[in-house]
Design a protein around this ligand. Sequence first.
Ligand SMILES: Cc1cc2nc3c(=O)[nH]c(=O)nc-3n(C[C@H](O)[C@H](O)[C@H](O)COP(=O)(O)OP(=O)(O)OC[C@H]3O[C@@H](n4cnc5c(N)ncnc54)[C@H](O)[C@@H]3O)c2cc1C
Length: 343
Amino acid sequence: MNSDSMHDVLIVGAGIAGLIAATELQTQGKKVTLLDKGRLPGGRLATRYNEEGQPVFDYGAQFVTARDEWFAQQMKNWIEAKAAVEWGRGFSNQIGVPAKQNGYSRFRGYPGMQKIADHLAKNLNVRNNQKVIKIEPENNFIQVQTDQDNLYTARHMILTMPVPQSLELLQKSRITLFSSDYKSLESIVYAPCLAILATLQGPSGLPSPGALHLQSEPIDIISDNTQKFWNQPLEKETKTSKITIHAGPKFSEGSLDQKREEINKTGKELVPLALPYLASPVSDFQTHFWRYARPVKLHPERCFSVTVNQSMLVFAGDAFFEPRVEGAALSGKAAADLILQNT
Ligand SMILES: Cc1cc2nc3c(=O)[nH]c(=O)nc-3n(C[C@H](O)[C@H](O)[C@H](O)COP(=O)(O)OP(=O)(O)OC[C@H]3O[C@@H](n4cnc5c(N)ncnc54)[C@H](O)[C@@H]3O)c2cc1C
């Protein structure tokens, strides 16, 4: 087993909540490491790349809002660093109706959503492909074991994965929460999302800036990644385009107990329902099922902390107080602030 040196704070999850928490803690001189089971940082800020490293599909979050003053400043920094850009100020919600462009700003990573995470991770100690499988209180510290047989030790810890996954991890560990704390965390509920990553034989015909936000069932949103990433004007001849279709939560629930093959079959049922919105036929597609896509029942505070011996174990992420990327970032900041105030 490989053992790493001591950390002030270990963070499980290098999604936006974990990355923001780590940035805040590191800025204040704390030694921080992020552990993530994924191949890349970002979590639900997810972009699929081709072999040349070019973005092809955003298949998790499609856009980011920045209404909070502190978060808007972060967005400004990311735009200056060319890690993000304004995508538009509104999306059409009906075929044939152009998007109103007088709403609030919707931002995106540049060119893909995952680039925001890459930008934040650049200055942080992020260990990818490290699934945390156990947390053990060890004297006055917390020790973490990953599926790669690595051990990490820290004074405090932040868990930023979807809360049911955090609770599952604690159940496998020697950490028992007070039943009221457990109940409070257990009451957090997420909706799933079935995502279709499809290639079209020609232009999508989706209105500028490249999305149709139906917010309905069975389809929530269809985005044209080709327009989004490359600002491909509609009239320009496009040989193929890459689109993402997100099913609505009700339709997606049908895949909760499905195996991979069955999910693909469900995807096959969804694709024809998207065709009336598209100008070109689908030539092929893949599916991705998000078991915990968006929280629908949230915790009332920006983070939640318990004490294990003398260590703080803080729960954070988009299920705390406010959903979406913006809410997750603010939760990550709150978790970092809480640790800084108490150490
Ligand atoms: C399909 C979809 C569409 C969305 N659309 C939007 C949108 O348009 N706008 C918007 O603002 N929000 C949107 N969201 C929500 C948004 O993506 C999330 O709110 C936000 O990204 C959550 O960030 P987070 O850091 O809390 O969690 P996550 O991004 O989920 O990060 C948690 C991380 O923990 C890691 N992890 C989990 N278990 C372990 C383990 N045992 N060991 C190590 N690592 C582990 C995961 O790999 C992941 O990287 C969407 C989400 C989905 C899925």
